[in-house]
Ligand binder design. Structure first.
Ligand code: ATP
Ligand code: MG
Length: 757
């Protein structure tokens, strides 16, 4: 622990102490994982306060996540007591920027009440702008522009500073960017990237404001410095004077946000920007055992161009890092769930939250989540939604639910205009009101009014196309497997195209959808699958504080756990296929750093696994163990492929023996250029099947029956309609009336929507 008030320095090693005590002038702490960088930063803050060198609100402390900020605040409170509450400027770059911007909004043409747009709003706005400029939004999508704007802002480029080389919609990048910024101003809004960019603009254009903040922030501290991007760098540079009391801590080997514009070079630049900066290196790792550290160090040594550092630990003993081959993804989740249960049972005092499952990509979470639900292991997904709560998964489910039962108005509402079909919010809510009044479902109501004038002609066309699709899919549901149906629906509805157009989050969402299709195959029918999902979603985990921590490797930065599981170490998963396909080593090196981050999260045990097979779109593909597995030094690793989770199907023995016989972890098959998708023709292995009796596929087909031949109206009756006013009934077709309205002319309306006039 941090020790009580006063003796907070006692437990530090000489180098850590040096970094804490050197509070005047610039300091760079460059050190590997688990060496106490964050601890140094926290203690340094406490020390400055304890010496009375600054008051809490005169300290600027930047962390990578809000969670990290909360933890730091707690630790400081523990050392110096309640005065830590005054730490107003402890937070992330974004949260601190928002605070600054609120106070000076008018300097960039905003009011202090400005709103911060989410990505949906942002895209809607961009779409309006693109349309106003007569740009084909199918070819040049708002999403692509949104992610470009984000990249530009990460680089600190305002529209005026945008390099001519940046292109969008044939040379219109700068104009569109400027129009967007203007619109934001008019709306008194800004997006996430603006928070930093506006602050940079304010500080660089208003010397008085800059002076105020430079005087205010007597000490500046930054954690995870290796992942700052250019805008963040400029921001920091402005706020700290050349002889400033700036302390940054980081580890070049843990730079994992290059894809978001982070520049490791900022570390090297620090020494240039602050000549005479004190550079402290920490070499003792306090977190992990020798084997964990040895495995991680060996792994990262395959990267070139590192700043290089030594790490040692006194934590003797401990198990070797385990590497296990399993049959497939389901076996992997069974193995890990079983081990978590056993670990907790065998060792009293262990808690669920001591275990973490760290995945490369969110699609991997699905198997674990389902397994945990089944075994009633409390779990929480850190830094993101649970798999079945993801927007794209909910959308896919909505399509399927609507195909299964057209009464499902919630499903209808969710996807009737996703992807965009030109059926606006107003039309949808009107439709739902109509349905409610008629006492039927939205789809049934649509069927009835589709030939009437209740809705605009454009909307009606769009709706009838949608109904036609829906009917076709329902017929298809009786003819093909339910997962094939899902693929078809996602394609034909334009949903996958919509995701493909999204360069930023599209690929991950498509992977999640593939995983969904894969998961469905374990069920006998669509009904069985959907019921399973509703059970999984419904189970309130009531996880509370003590729950297994499931998250991506990116979200795990800076954290530590006694027991860490690292599943899916396969070529194409980790490293990702994209990084393999990319030219050069840059992407792969970032993946390797991510692997290093993963292994170094473990305090006592790290357990890596890879599956020999994964099912992708109904086809079994043979997976090759990740090259990172080969790179783990053999003396720190224990290979255990005989876990009993290997199954006994043909094809398996080969994969297994390749692994077993592989000298120093199979260097033999890490030749460059091999691809993951070698189709394995072996039939389906004994995949687990959850059967839920009682649900019959294709059940619930509902036919619109609300038509009645005996309308309460007769020809010649005078009626009143909310929208069209007074008129006279000319003809009656079931429950529809053809009315000659006095002002609106002849219209077809639903009888329940008129009253006697
Ligand atoms: P990362 O690179 O993963 O962010 P870090 O360098 O920030 O790691 P910390 O999280 O600060 O490392 O420390 C790792 C662990 O070692 C923590 O549990 C911390 O409390 C402990 N630790 C750090 N320094 C000491 C020390 N001098 N004595 C005992 N424990 C320490
Ligand atoms: Mg840290």
């Amino acid at each position: 622990a941090d020790g009580g008030p006063g003796d907070y320095l006692a437990g530090l090693n000489p180098e850590q102490r040096e970094a804490v005590l050197a509070i005047d002038g610039p300091v760079l702490v460059l050190a590997g994982a688990g060496t106490g960088k964050t601890r140094v930063l926290t203690t340094r803050l406490a020390h400055i306060l304890a010496l009375g060198r600054a008051r809490p609100w005169e300290l600027l402390a930047v962390t990578f996540t809000n969670k990290a900020a909360r933890e730091m605040r707690e630790r400081i409170t523990h050392i110096i007591g309640p005065s830590a509450e005054g730490l107003r400027w402890l937070g992330t770059f974004h949260s601190i920027s928002a605070q600054i911007l609120r106070r000076h909004a008018e300097l960039v043409g905003l009011k202090s009440t400005f709103t911060i747009l989410d990505t949906d709003d942002q895209e809607r706005l961009l779409k309006q702008i693109l349309e106003a400029e007569n740009i084909d939004t199918k070819r040049w999508t708002p999403r692509t522009l949104a992610s470009l704007v984000d990249q530009w802002k990460n680089k600190g480029w305002t529209p005026q500073k945008l390099p001519a080389s940046e292109d969008f919609a044939q040379g219109r990048a700068q104009k569109l960017y400027a129009l967007y910024q203007d619109r934001l101003k008019t709306l008194n809004a800004c997006d996430f990237g603006d928070l930093l960019l506006h602050v940079i603009t304010i500080l660089s254009q208003h010397e008085d404001v800059l002076g105020e903040y430079r005087r205010r922030f007597r000490y500046i501290l930054v954690d995870e410095y290796q992942d700052t991007n250019t805008a963040q760098y400029l921001w920091l540079r402005l706020l700290s004077s050349a002889d400033g009391n700036v302390c940054v801590v980081g580890d070049d080997d843990q730079s994992i946000y290059g894809w978001r514009g982070a520049e490791v070079d900022n570390i090297l630049r620090f020494e240039r920007d602050f000549p005479g900066a004190k550079v402290v290196r920490l070499e003792r790792n306090y977190r992990s055992t020798k084997h964990i550290l040895g495995a991680a160090s060996g792994l990262i040594s395959a990267n070139k161009g590192r700043l290089g550092k030594t790490l040692w630990t006194e934590a003797d003993g401990g198990d070797k890092v385990q590497v296990r081959g399993v049959w497939d993804g389901e076996a992997e989740s069974r193995l890990i769930a079983d081990e978590i249960e056993r670990w907790r049972k065998d060792q009293p005092g262990r808690r669920w939250k001591d275990c973490a499952v760290l995945v490369r990509a969110s699609f991997q979470m699905r198997a674990f989540e389902e397994r945990f639900v089944l075994l009633q292991i409390p779990y929480t997904v850190v830094g993101g939604p649970r798999f079945f709560e993801r927007a794209e998964i909910r959308d896919a489910h909505a399509y399927l639910r609507l195909i299964q039962s057209e009464d499902d108005d919630l499903a209808f509402e969710r996807i009737v205009n996703t992807p965009k079909r030109g059926i606006g919010d107003t039309s949808v809510s009107k439709l739902l009101t109509i349905a409610r009044t008629m006492g039927v479902s939205a789809v049934a109501a649509t069927r009835q009014i589709i030939n009437s004038d209740e809705l605009q002609a454009r909307t009606r066309t769009a709706l009838s196309l949608f109904l036609r699709d829906l009917d076709r899919w329902r017929t298809l549901a009786g003819q093909v497997k339910h997962w094939e149906l899902t693929e078809t629906v996602l394609e034909e509805s334009g949903y996958t195209d919509m995701q493909r157009a999204d360069r930023a989050s599209g690929p991950a969402r498509l992977d999640n959808l593939k995983e969904l299709v894969q998961a469905m195959q374990a069920f006998d029918s669509l009904g069985a699958y959907l019921e399973h999902v509703s059970l999984v979603m419904d189970l309130d985990q009531g996880a509370g504080d003590d729950a297994v921590q499931v998250m991506t490797l990116h979200a795990a930065k800076g954290l530590e756990f006694p027991l860490v599981f690292l599943p899916g170490w396969e070529e194409g998963v980790f490293p990702s296929q994209r990084s393999i396909d990319e030219k050069g080593e840059k992407g792969l090196e970032e993946e390797r750093r991510l692997a290093y981050v993963g292994v170094t999260r473990a305090r006592e045990q790290a357990r890596i696994s890879f599956a020999a097979n994964r099912r992708v779109y109904g086809r079994w593909t043979t997976q090759l163990p990740s090259r990172f597995v080969d790179e783990l030094p053999i003396e720190h690793v224990e290979a255990a492929s005989d876990t009993g989770y290997y199954g006994g199907a043909p094809g398996l023995r080969e994969a297994k023996s390749r692994w077993d016989d592989a000298p120093s972890f199979g260097a033999g098959y890490s030749s460059p250029g091999w691809r993951r998708a070698q189709v394995n023709t072996a039939g389906s292995p004994a995949a687990p099947r959850w059967q839920r009796p009682g649900v019959i596929e294709g059940e619930g087909r509902l036919v619109a029956t609300a038509t009645s031949s005996s309308s309460a109206y007769g020809i010649g009756d005078r009626v009143f309609h909310q929208k069209f006013g007074y008129g006279k009934v000319r003809a009656i077709e079931g429950n529809k009336l053809v009315v000659a309205f006095d002002k609106a002319g002849e219209k077809k309306v639903i009888d329940t929507f008129v009253e006697k006039g």
